[in-house]
Design a protein around this ligand. Structure first.
Ligand code: GDD
Ligand code: MN
Length: 395
């Protein structure tokens, strides 16, 4: 069967939401969905953690009334993150979802946000989230200073730790939001949906999914979210969740392959520096005689040690930092090494020396300061760039 309909599934995880879930299903089916363009085929999937208050029973009653409404009954309470991943899988495999919403049962996410988020998908976005921090978005009026303050500080830390200094630091203003829509093709279907890979199955999941989805290159935007007050029931967020969420953002950044690569690159570079300094001493002590011309000797000893450091950098980066793109063919190895060697001379000697000479002529004699500036400001970034773009280019 072919149709032009686009299937959007609203995934709602629940634990003890008997006070709101029935009303939410009614509201979506009778108020929100009828107002949408005909091309949207809207479905609701409630993932219930076997709530003792009978939430699941309410949903299964509603699913008899509405054929687009489904219950996924979990046998255990595995946390909101796990519930979402189970829901994503079910939405793709059983409900043929083209788009998946993450949505709360308790009306804190206004159903009125739905049409605008669908429209953004129509415009070609892949990932749209509700933000309380942009114009038109807001926190509940009833939130006291302490809660707002914690939320602000928490989200700034999360943004910094996960994204700084890259563009997503500026683009993601509300990383803790729970209201999202994701395009399945290319994104949800590329995520690891095995929840054992989550750093936490509880509320910190949202950072990990956010990070992973953006990493897949999703075209992203935020829409304003007027986060409401919970009307019935109580928040399921556990006390330890704050600390746990903080741990999660650090883990996400630390284990990210970019970070791991950059750290290895730094370690190998630092080792290369030691090879250069120690090597120069060793070569000098070997070559020195009572009649040595010291300036000539120092120059030669340093040149030999620098070459040794370049070899060390090339070999260890190949084996470790860029192991995923390791060069193995001897022919390519040699030609890449020649390129590497030449570029190391340019980025490590020629450019820094010229810049130091220029800085000295403008600002005076601060050699050590200039060395720090050129190493961190020029040599390291240039090498990183050359290694990634030319030497160990991703296939
Ligand atoms: N299946 C399942 N299993 N559902 C769960 C579980 C669980 O272990 N824990 C929570 N839920 C459901 C709740 O029943 C609710 O529908 C939804 O997940 C969100 O939980 P709330 O308890 O309402 O969370 P909150 O209001 O404190 O947090 C909300 O606001 C945050 C922003 O401040 C959520 O939207 C968060 O995702 C959001 O980050
Ligand atoms: Mn809530």
């Amino acid at each position: 069967m072919t149709s032009n309909k686009q299937i959007a599934v609203i995934v709602i995880p629940t634990y003890n939401e008997a006070g709101s879930i029935g009303e939410m299903i009614e509201y979506l089916n009778t108020k929100t969905f009828p107002s949408l363009d005909q091309k949207w085929d809207m479905k609701i999937l409630v993932v219930d953690s076997n709530s003792p208050d009978g939430t699941g029973k309410i949903v299964s009653e509603k699913s008899k009334k509405y054929s687009n409404t489904f219950l996924f009954a979990e046998t255990s309470k595995d946390g909101i993150g796990a519930a979402y991943l189970k829901g994503f899988k079910y939405s793709m495999e059983k409900l043929n979802a083209d788009f998946i919403f993450e949505f709360d049962s308790d009306f804190q996410h206004p159903p009125e946000s739905i049409p605008g988020m669908l429209q953004a998908m129509d415009e070609g976005y892949d990932y749209v989230i509700g933000s309380r921090k942009i114009k038109g978005g807001s926190n509940p009026k009833g939130w006291g200073f302490k809660r707002v303050f914690l939320s602000e500080v928490g989200s700034m830390i999360a943004r910094l730790v996960m994204f700084f200094p890259f563009k997503n630091f500026f683009k993601v203003t509300d990383p803790t939001t729970g209201l999202k829509i994701t395009r399945v093709k290319g994104f949800t279907d590329h995520l690891n949906l095995d929840f054992s890979h989550l750093y936490t199955k509880s509320f910190g999941y949202k950072f990990q999914l956010l990070f992973e989805t953006l990493k897949l290159g999703a075209k992203f935007k935020e829409v304003p979210l007027q986060f409401g007050l919970r009307e019935t029931g109580e928040s399921k967020i556990e006390k330890q969740a704050t600390i746990e969420m903080l741990m999660v953002v650090f883990k996400i950044r630390w284990y990210d392959d970019f970070t791991q690569k950059f750290l290895k690159f730094g370690i190998i570079g630092g080792f290369g520096f030691v090879v250069n300094v120690v090597g120069a001493k060793v070569f000098k002590s070997i070559m020195i005689t009572p009649t040595s011309n010291l300036s000539y000797l120092n120059g030669i000893a340093n040149a030999m040690a620098s070459e040794l450091a370049i070899i060390s950098n090339f070999v260890f980066n190949n084996l470790w930092t860029f192991a995923a793109n390791k060069i193995t063919s001897p022919k390519i190895f040699i030609s890449k090494f020649i390129t590497f060697n030449l570029s190391s001379i340019v980025t490590g000697i020629v450019i820094p020396s010229v810049v130091i000479a220029i800085l000295t002529s403008i600002f005076g004699d601060y050699l050590f300061l200039y060395q720090i500036i050129v190493i961190f400001g020029l040599t390291i970034p240039l090498n990183w760039f050359v290694y990634n773009k030319f030497i160990w280019k991703k296939k």
